[in-house]
Design a binder for this molecule. Structure first.
Ligand code: NAD
Length: 454
């Protein structure tokens, strides 16, 4: 539908700044229409069996798979990322669909005991109702898939609010899904975050707000939706650390560090924006990292505004490599490595969400763990070491929702619960069967077989 205002916003291509498309600039009236559509569709949708809902989710995933090339090209244009990354993301979204669809034949509940004789107690999952799904731009199709598939599979009707930076992939995903789902089950609401977001978050007809984005927006959403006691699930940012011990395989560690810090132009919640390196290998690691950063093709960041924000934060910082805008159209920041940044400085604590990482020098594992944990965030973390003892100590002590030994700080999969501690989220996990906890409520059913015996 066209937006009630009749207004649109421009979506530009990050790789060269040219116009890709216009998005509908929705507002409160459009929110009300989407919520009405969702509320009317939800009861009938929830009445279908989980097997049938799972089948339909599988059909959507298959339709996406069949249009893999088209989806890939769309994401390349919309985000400026490489074809390889975009294709990987389409495949990841498809896999999420298959994983969720499989739950149609499970969606396990529980039974439990009772102190009363003849009483059977079952815990069963029920849909929450209408879910607002508000997502970031960074990996658009997986972001839609991680929320929309489990939300509708669980029997909710959903309103997907994509980022204003990715209207094309959201429209594509919405159309594809709506060729298979009953009308009103999955609605896509385009618009600018601060215009269409608030009326959606505050609408009394929205039972659940599931949000992936910055801590700043998440905090606002939590407050506003909290006032009306809606269920709120927040997946927020990170300032993820990768630790390099003196017994690490340096070649591999450098490769993982570059990929963790710079792939997708560092626009990953799980990006390694802090590299914590043992003193004895610091200089060698730094040299190899810098050589790799010079030739790394990170791709553009999502917008001019984002690029300028990053350049402003780098002002006055000690830049080892990068730190400047590339001389070409679009929004390209050279992969950037900083050092000599105090652990409590703003740059160390604030997520930049771009191709910028900071090197820190530490004397040993204790100092590394202390530094890793000296962060307002706690999403992911990694350690590179040959020592099982060090790996296990780190896995135990790192304050993060994900720990990786000898790998990157990113790389979650559909069956793995994902989320963080501290300001990286509010305790929920997405993907995996953990996502079922987000999109369902537990109901305890007590059955007394023979009333005469109570
Ligand atoms: P953002 O917070 O600016 O925007 C996220 C979404 O919220 C967008 O759809 C935006 O339009 C919408 N929005 C903005 N203001 C709103 C408001 N007042 N009410 C409702 N919605 C509003 O974040 P971004 O720049 O799109 O994404 C980057 C952030 O997302 C980073 O912090 C990153 O770490 C985080 N992220 C987290 C995860 C995770 O799983 N934890 C995954 C991807 C990205």
């Amino acid at each position: 539908m066209p937006p009630a205002s009749g207004e649109t916003f421009e979506k530009l291509r990050p790789a060269d700044g040219s116009l890709l498309c216009r998005g509908a600039r929705s507002g409160a009236e459009d929110v009300a229409a989407a919520v009405d559509a969702a509320r009317s569709a939800q009861p009938e949708w929830a009445a279908l069996t989980p097997v049938e809902r799972g089948r339909l989710v599988r059909e959507i995933a298959l339709a996406l798979q069949a249009r893999r090339d088209e989806a890939t090209q769309l994401v390349v244009e919309e985000t400026g990322k490489s074809e390889e990354l975009a294709r990987g993301e389409v495949d990841a979204a498809v896999e999420m669909g298959f994983f969720v669809a499989g739950e149609g034949r499970r969606l396990y509940g529980r039974t439990t005991t009772s102190a009363m004789p003849n009483r059977t107690v079952m815990a069963v999952r029920r849909p929450v109702g209408v879910a607002a799904l508000i997502v970031s731009f960074n990996t658009p199709l997986p972001n839609y898939a991680w929320k929309a598939f489990p939300a509708v599979f669980c029997g909710n009707a959903a309103i997907l609010k994509p980022s204003e930076h990715t209207p094309a992939s959201a429209a594509f995903f919405g159309r594809l899904a709506n060729e298979l789902l009953p009308a009103g089950v999955l609605n896509v609401l385009h618009g600018l975050g601060d215009e269409v977001g608030p009326p959606l978050v505050e609408h009394a007809g929205v039972d659940l707000v599931s949000f992936t984005g910055s801590a700043e927006t998440g905090r606002w959403i939590n407050e506003r939706a909290g006032r009306r006691l809606a269920k709120v699930v927040l997946e927020l940012g990170g300032k993820n650390a990768l630790v390099v011990c003196d017994d690490a395989d340096l070649d591999r560690t450098v490769e993982w560090s570059l990929a963790s810090a710079f792939s997708n132009a560092g626009q990953r919640c799980a990006a390694a924006s802090r590299l914590v390196v043992f003193d004895s290998v610091y200089d060698e690691f730094r040299e190899r990292l810098v050589a790799g950063a010079r030739t790394y093709d990170a791709g553009p960041v999502i917008s001019e505004e984002s690029l300028e924000r990053m350049l402003r934060s780098l002002d006055g910082a000690s830049v080892v490599v990068g730190g400047e805008r590339l001389d070409r159209p679009g929004w390209w920041l050279a992969p950037t490595v900083l050092e000599n940044v105090p652990a409590d400085a703003e740059l160390s604590c604030r997520e930049l969400f771009g191709p910028v990482t900071i090197l820190y020098r530490v004397r040993d594992l204790d100092a590394a763990i202390a530094l890793v944990n000296e962060s307002p965030y706690g999403l992911t973390s990694a350690i590179h070491t040959a020592s099982l003892h060090r790996a296990m100590r780190f896995a135990d002590a790192a304050q993060a929702g994900v720990v990786v030994v000898n790998g990157g700080t990113h790389g979650s999969e559909p069956h793995m619960g994902f989320g963080g501690v501290k300001q990286s989220g509010t305790g929920w996990r997405e993907a995996g069967i953990e996502a079922l906890d987000v999109y369902t409520e537990w109901k305890y059913v007590n059955l007394i077989a023979d009333p005469a015996l109570t």
